[in-house]
Ligand binder design. Structure first.
Ligand SMILES: [Zn+2]
Length: 290
């Protein structure tokens, strides 16, 4: 967490040739927050940070994306109260009441759809023909609930989007290297996806003390207790990539942004790696007016 790092916004190659599209995945550095070490771009109203800092950080992001109107005023930033569901809202302006769910879709211009993450998977989708954009939030629960697959389904239903016209980007998140999960998580994926076996990796930790000194642990374990088996790691990127493909997107139309949030806490916020005391990044997407 080196102080004074400069602003870094990651962009997806699949969206690069679309002048009407605004998008970006924020990272950790370049803001005014100081509660997470150094100066960081915390974009979520967390218990540790001030509302003023978060608002200033959001303004930094919008200015960098040129998501501002002709007077220089920032576009509305449309968010949802994220609950790890598959609920998707079609929006055209800021709502009076906070929306609850994990996905937003719009064909309106001069506004930004935003998903906040600190390990979960942000997924951005654009219909390059009809000029429709979407943002989805996929943690493991939302992934089991098929937020990405259902979200694309909503784009088809609401706007007549054709899968061949869709481009998608999967943003920085906790990757398989760091995402250890419990057996109950694997069981839920196995109950939902025929390809669940492809999403999990069994990791044997050669440094673990029980591997080096197995007798020590064999003697001390009560029957039925102590798990000497491998760790189970989940690949949420692959899970969401598969859902986008199942929704009809071509493999070459899906960008996956490099980086694991938990591996690289100098660049990213990670809920898991920082034990909950962390900020929030944003994945944003919007349409420029003609
Ligand atoms: Zn990692």
């Amino acid at each position: 967490m080196s102080p004074g790092g400069s602003l870094e916004i990651l962009r997806a190659p699949v969206f690069s040739a679309l002048p009407w599209l605004v998008h970006g995945f924020s990272t950790r550095q370049g803001g005014v927050s100081t509660c997470y070490g150094g100066k960081t771009l915390n974009l979520g109203l967390t218990q540790h940070d001030t509302k003023d800092n978060v608002e200033r950080n959001r303004r930094i992001l919008l200015n960098a994306l040129r998501a501002t109107d002709s007077n220089g005023d920032p576009w509305p930033l449309l968010q949802v109260k994220q609950i790890h569901s598959s609920i998707v809202h079609r929006v055209s302006a800021s709502a009076n009441e906070p929306l609850i769910g994990d996905g937003l879709i719009t064909n309106g211009s001069s506004l930004l759809l935003a998903i906040k993450t600190a390990d979960c998977v942000p997924v951005l989708v654009a219909d390059v023909k009809r000029r429709v954009v979407a943002a989805f939030h996929a943690g493991w629960r939302g992934t089991v609930a098929r937020i990405a697959e259902k979200g694309v389904g909503e784009m088809r239903r609401q706007f007549g989007s054709l899968p061949r016209d869709l481009r998608a980007a999967i943003g920085p998140c906790i990757r398989r290297c760091c995402y250890k999960v419990g057996h109950e998580v694997r069981a839920q994926f196995e109950s939902q996806f025929s390809y669940a076996g492809d999403l999990f990796e069994e990791v044997f930790d050669s440094n673990a003390i029980h591997v080096r000194y197995p007798l020590l642990f064999l003697n001390q374990r009560a029957p039925g207790h102590g798990d000497l088996g491998p760790e189970i790691h989940l690949d949420l990127v692959e899970a969401n990539r598969r859902q986008l493909e199942d929704a009809g997107l071509r493999e070459e139309h899906i960008s996956v942004i490099d980086g694991c949030t938990a591996c690289d806490t100098t660049r990213f916020f990670s809920h898991r790696a920082e034990f909950g005391k962390t900020g929030r990044m944003m994945a944003v997407i919007g349409i420029r007016p003609d």
